[in-house]
Ligand binder design. Structure first.
Ligand SMILES: C[S@@+](CC[C@H](N)C(=O)[O-])C[C@H]1O[C@@H](n2cnc3c(N)ncnc32)[C@H](O)[C@@H]1O
Ligand SMILES: Nc1nc2[nH]cc(C(=O)O)c2c(=O)[nH]1
Ligand code: SF4
Ligand SMILES: [Mg+2]
Length: 210
């Protein structure tokens, strides 16, 4: 069927429970909650996105014809015969494109597979690490997984209800915008109020990593 990929790069996972882990990031083009165009941001369901996911013009971006072609590039990006291969499928919204063929091709090449998804589509449990980041104003379909990572503050999202879902870890991540310092304080206050939540910082940004 083919895959539209914005960029592929090797870095450290910057966020959440797996932060600090060597990972190949595969960023798929396109999202169902925002077009990615600035002129549409104010009217989008998800208004705070920090990512350019439009087009296929980034590092190793392109239209990959099949799962084997994409998985081969991801494996080359990991390099050599190093073990503990780890890939993070993100976007944009990766579940618009990720399918069983790609999951099998990555597993065949020895990868543990993580996904960063907004949870509006069901995620196959064959993915090894499911991170869901719910967005207010969208219908949450995927209500279980390894990590629920809520960007905060987020008007319209019920943080107490989300903490009752079937996730192994609950992470609260400060909204990166003009009020970033105040948003960190709000996240700390939430964790102090409700110890089910743990603070997730976007460490790659402060480290100057991609
Ligand atoms: C760019 S999204 C791509 C994956 C998927 N569409 C999603 O929203 O989970 C990757 C992660 O960055 C988070 N994120 C996006 N914009 C952010 C911002 N301004 N501040 C903090 N986290 C942000 C998302 O909530 C998500 O956890
Ligand atoms: N280093 C690094 N870690 C990340 N964790 C989630 C990211 C994403 O954009 O999905 C991301 C990213 O873009 N870079
Ligand atoms: S759902 Fe994810 S990729 Fe889509 S606009 Fe929101 S943060 Fe960005
Ligand atoms: Mg990012």
């Amino acid at each position: 069927m083919g895959y539209a990929v914005k960029e592929i790069f090797l870095t450290l996972q910057g966020e959440g429970v797996q932060s600090g882990r060597r990972a190949v990031f595969c960023r798929f083009a396109g999202c169902n909650l925002w077009t990615g165009r600035e002129q549409d941001r104010a009217n989008a369901i998800c208004k705070f996105c920090d990512t350019d996911f439009v087009g296929t013009d980034g590092t190793l971006g392109g239209k990959y014809a099949d799962a084997a072609a994409l998985a081969d590039i991801i494996a080359a990006c990991w390099g050599d015969d190093r073990g503990d291969r780890y890939v993070v499928l993100t976007g944009g919204e990766p579940m618009l494109q990720v399918d069983d063929e790609l999951i099998a091709a990555l597993h065949d090449r020895g990868f543990a597979i993580a996904i960063e998804s907004n949870g509006t589509m069901a995620v196959p449990r064959s993915i090894d690490w499911i991170c869901i980041s719910p967005k207010a104003g969208s219908a949450l379909v995927q209500t279980s997984g390894d990590e629920l990572k809520l960007v905060w503050p987020q008007p319209g999202s019920d943080v107490d209800a989300l903490a009752t879902l079937d996730f192994a870890n609950f992470l609260i991540q400060p909204l990166d915008d003009a009020e970033a310092a105040a948003n960190v304080e709000a996240c700390i206050a939430l964790v102090m109020r409700d110890p089910r939540w743990r603070l997730s910082l976007q460490t790659h940004k402060s480290l100057g990593l991609r």
